[in-house]
Structures are given as C-alpha cells and as structure tokens.
Ligand binder design. Structure first.
Ligand code: HEM
Length: 327
C-alpha cells in the first residue's frame, strides 16, 4: 500500500489511501425496507468499479476515487454470518456541555477528485442507479480551502499518518483476518459559529486548536491548564503506544445561508480509537475540560460505517444476491 503509484489511474474503488483532493462529496443514504431494495443496491455496488472508471477515465489527471462504507444495520441485512469485529452504530455522546448525536445511514459514498464536476457526475450516476431503493439523508460537497485550512482558518490534516504509518493506523490487519484491508469510517457534519470565532483572539484560538494559525506549528500544551483539540485527539494506550487515524476533513458552506461547516471523516483500523477521541473531546480530560472547539462547532450528524476491500465488497454483494428470497 505504501509507495503506491497514484499516477496509475483510474483509482480502484475502496482505496482508503487515495490521494487527498480539491473536491469531495460525502453522500449518506438509507436503504428501503423491501428485499427488492437490497437487490438494487447490490447490483449498483457490484458495478461500482465500472461506474468509477466510466467517469474517472474521462480525465485521468482529476484522480477520481470512491469509497463505500456500510452501516451496521445494513451489514446485518446483507450478511447473516460474518461481520467486522467492532462494527456497531455510532454511539451518541452526552457531555456536560456538548453532545454528539447519532444519525441514520446505511451507505456512505466518499467521492474525491481534483474536479468538483467529476464528483458531481459520479454522485449523479450512482443515485440514478440506486433509484428509489435509497433515501438521501445527507449530501455535502466539500472544497479544499487555500492551504488545506478549515473555515476556522487553521491548516487541517497535518498530523495525518503517511507512508507505512498510514496502513498501520487506518487499515484493519490480521487481528480481524476476514476483514483485513478494510477500515472503520466515522463521519460527523459540523456547523461553525464563525461570528463567535472571529471574536476570539488568535492566541486563544491557537490554544484551543493546539497549533499556531499562520505557520501551523504544533504548540506544546503539556503544562497548559486546559488541553487543546490536538492533545485531546491524541490517544496513547496503557503500553505507551500512540494510535492515529486518517482524516480527510473538508470545508463546506453556503455564505448566503450563513452556513459554514467542516465535514469530519476519520478512517481507523480500530473503531475504539475514534470513539476514545470523541469521548475525550466531549466529556473532557479531566472530565469537564472538554474540547473548546465544540463551543464554536456543532455536530449535526454522526454515523459509523465499515469500508471493506474491493474483493470483500464484491463477495458480500454476490452472497446477498444469492441468498434465498424471503417471501
Ligand atoms: C469541527 C470539526 C473539526 C475541526 C475543524 C478539526 C480541526 C483540526 C485541526 C486544525 C487540527 C490540527 C492540525 C492537524 O493535525 O490536522 C486537528 C487535529 C486532529 N484532529 Fe481534528 N478537527 C475536527 C474534529 C475532529 C474530530 C471529531 C476528531 C476525532 C474524532 C478529530 C481528530 C483529530 C486528530 C486525531 C488530530 C491530530 C492530533 C495530533 O496532533 O496527533 N478532529 N483537527
């Protein structure tokens, strides 16, 4: 995986380590109750590779990629036997001041490209193919903002794992051999209060994030009275090992509606690592000392998925298609 040559395009479906992009679409749908809806989504997912190629081949330099994540309930409907060890619905969190809701979602499509029109086109074709077997519950078009800054003005994504550290953090290994190569995906759609943020002095903003704003240097806040976002999101286990995740957050917004957001997406080899980050952000460390980023950022969604490898996805949909139909 590390050292992969991304000049070889189109990019395979389910490439967790596909390159970061200038544009992205985050599409979350639920699947209707009828058995015919399962048949429909299986036939679309069965053709996913071709659908990506049909759009992606039209401009290879735009590096179109797409990852499908499957939610816990849908997983049970598709497969009665094997499931990823940690897969479960997003657990809502109620901190003393801020809460993270859990919202529905059976399928996530994470579409990335250098061109927004390719993201749009793949989303359009996917939804056309899925037809009324699905209901769109959330749809966000994200864009890269200047030097990878979020709308709060901070460079977002710097501490992401790279090289061999990337699969070690983001890709399931031998600990769950049947699902090795896949990844747990958690998404949350945040809306920001940019007015209140603008009233916050830059040194305080930097203490909240844990990095300097202009030049993106990490701030050592070990001795600070309150931990920063980056420190609360740093997970070290009892053996002193740090556990990272792979993030590809994107800004989105509609200034005319005063809507300014960050779409958080995290890929992890272990779901518990993201859950622990969220606990530390919302409950705080020590409890009460929550992440002050949340005073300016409110989550409107929260959903967990598992993104299997291409072969596992294909095997899953083929097995579901072969299952005897319940009358
Ligand atoms: C409003 C939503 C969010 C914004 C605007 C945001 C922004 C940032 C920024 C600016 C950084 C510092 C630069 C970097 O390393 O990327 C950062 C670090 C990080 N964030 Fe977030 N973040 C958000 C939500 C989350 C959530 C929900 C999680 C986890 C569940 C998370 C996990 C992390 C991690 C793991 C780091 C790196 C920590 C380290 O330095 O090792 N973030 N975030």
């Amino acid at each position: 995986m590390a050292g992969k040559n991304w000049d070889r395009v189109p990019i395979d479906a389910q490439s967790i380590d596909a390159p970061l992009s200038s544009a992205a679409v985050f599409l979350v749908v639920t699947v209707a109750n009828e058995q015919s809806a399962i048949a429909k989504i299986c036939s679309t997912l069965g053709e996913l590779d071709d659908l990506i190629k049909n759009v992606g081949f039209r401009d290879l330099s735009a590096r179109l990629s797409c990852i499908v994540g499957i939610g816990s309930d849908l997983w049970d409907r598709l497969s009665s036997d094997k499931r990823p060890q940690e897969l479960k619905p997003f657990a809502p969190i109620a901190g003393a001041v801020h809460a993270a809701p859990s919202t529905p979602g059976d399928l996530l499509f994470h579409i990335r490209s250098e061109r927004a029109d390719l993201c749009f086109e793949l989303e359009r074709i996917l939804l056309d193919s899925l037809g009324n077997s699905v209901t769109v519950v959330d749809e966000v078009s994200g864009f890269r903002y200047f030097d990878a800054r979020d709308l709060l003005g901070f460079v977002d994504g710097t501490a992401n794992p790279t090289g061999y550290d990337l699969p070690a953090a983001a890709i399931v290994g031998d600990e769950d051999a049947g699902f090795a190569g896949g990844s747990y995906v958690v998404v949350q759609k945040y809306l920001h209060d940019l007015g209140a943020w603008a009233q916050t002095p830059t040194p305080l903003q930097e203490a909240i994030i844990g990095r300097t704003k202009i030049d993106n240097i990490e701030i050592d806040d070990d001795a600070a009275p309150r931990k920063s976002h980056k420190s609360l999101a740093t997970i070290v286990d009892a053996g002193g090992i740090e556990h990272d995740i792979l993030r590809d957050n994107m800004p989105f917004g509609r200034p005319g509606q005063r809507e300014f957001g960050t779409y958080f997406i995290g890929y992890s080899r272990r779901l518990w690592v993201i859950e622990k980050m969220l606990q530390r952000m919302y409950v705080g460390d020590p409890p009460g000392a929550y992440d002050r980023l949340l005073d300016f950022s409110t989550p409107h969604t929260g959903t967990t998925f598992f993104a299997p490898t291409r072969p596992t996805l294909q095997a899953l949909v083929q097995a579901a298609q072969a299952k005897p139909k319940v009358p």
